[in-house]
Each structure stands twice: as C-alpha cells, then as structure tokens.
Write a protein that binds this ligand. Sequence first.
Ligand SMILES: CC(C)(COP(=O)(O)OP(=O)(O)OC[C@H]1O[C@@H](n2cnc3c(N)ncnc32)[C@H](O)[C@@H]1OP(=O)(O)O)[C@@H](O)C(=O)NCCC(=O)NCCS
Length: 193
Amino acid sequence: MAGVVTIRRAERRDAAELAILVDLSSHGLASWLWYGAVLGGTAQTALEHGRNQMRDDDDRAGWKNAGLAQLDGEIAGVVIGHAVEPSFADEEAPHPVFEPILTLQQQAIGHWFIDSVGVYQHHRGCGIGRQLVDYELARAAGRPVSLITESDNDVALGLYKSCGFEEIARQPSVPIDDNKKNHDWVLLTRSAT
Ligand SMILES: CC(C)(COP(=O)(O)OP(=O)(O)OC[C@H]1O[C@@H](n2cnc3c(N)ncnc32)[C@H](O)[C@@H]1OP(=O)(O)O)[C@@H](O)C(=O)NCCC(=O)NCCS
C-alpha cells in the first residue's frame, strides 16, 4: 500500500462523501430507499436526500457515529456503528424490503451494531476494511457486537468471521425488483469481550 491509513471521526461537512460510501456499503440499497424522497418531492436526487440524512445530528446512522479511513489525505472508507437501543423493538421498517433486516436487528438489542462498512473499490484488499472493523470493535468497549450482511457477500463474511463474528440467524431477503437476485440476510454476532 502506498501510504499510511488513519481513521478519524467524521464531521458534519463529510455528509456528501458519507452518503456515497453508505450507498456503496449497501450495494445501492440506500440510494434505492433515498429515491423515495425524490418521488415524494422532498429531494431533487437520491444522493441529495442521502446527504441530508447523513448530516442529520439526530440520525443514529449519520455523521456523528461515522468513522472515516483516510489514505494520502483522501477518504478511502467508512464504518458506522451505534448501540441497538430497546426502542428498536417498536420500530417499523421504512419499506417491506427492510423488514427482514429489522427482524434480525431486533435480535441484537443491547448490542453494539455495525451499520455500514465500505471501502472504495480501488482501495480494497489492502487491510482498510479490517482496520475499520477493528476501530468499531474498540468503540463497542467490550459489548457484544452485531452486524448484518448478505449470504452471498463472501468477502465481507470472510472478514467478519476472521474478526470473531459468528452467524446467529438469517432471513430471506425481499428483492427490490424482479431482476434482483435473492439472498438471505445474515445476522453475525461477536460475543462480549
Ligand atoms: C467488505 C469490504 C469492506 C472489505 O474491505 P477491504 O479493505 O477490501 O478488506 P481488507 O483488505 O481489510 O480484507 C479483510 C479480509 O477480507 C477478506 N477479503 C478481502 N478481499 C478479498 C477478496 N478479494 N476475496 C476474498 N476475501 C477477501 C479476507 O478475509 C481479508 O482477510 P486477510 O486480511 O486475512 O486477507 C470491501 O470489500 C467493501 O467495501 N465491499 C463492498 C461493500 C460491502 O460489502 N460492505 C460490507 C457490507 S456488510
């Protein structure tokens, strides 16, 4: 790798890049959801809505809970983590596509939850993803840590299992359209340390 990777807390002004990275982490599912704001007339583009969400001080998956990996002065990746509060038990999914994810997340109440991990494609395979996960594990301060990924995401599953995560449960995905391949959502947990 060319330079040294550092990880810093995100700032509010990072919201636009956070929106790109959160969308990348979710393989485009985030911008698909954000497009609902365009259809509803409250944003001009999906990414504008994503940026607005990321700059929201009260959004648990927004800038305040984000860490950014930097390489040679540029942002290379993101990790976002937060506690799964008891109020998750009463949450409703924003769309049926998210119901299996919420069902799994409700099994992780009391855990620290890694909401997003993503590294720009040209920086992958150099250890940045592992550093981001380690960074978030340190933020969990000994609590159990959970996350959810796709059953066909072999790279992410390999990374998480090598960090001590184990599969706890899975749910079949609800595809966003007929062209999308079906997979399971997998809940992985790392015990308290
Ligand atoms: C998953 C992701 C964050 C990994 O980031 P990364 O910087 O490439 O990861 P690292 O270089 O730290 O590699 C960590 C581990 O991942 C696995 N891995 C990385 N690249 C891999 C590849 N091409 N094939 C198989 N496994 C791979 C290995 O287990 C590796 O462990 P090692 O260091 O012992 O070799 C990155 O691929 C990514 O952003 N993917 C798209 C978004 C995504 O799927 N996010 C996770 C959603 S839950």
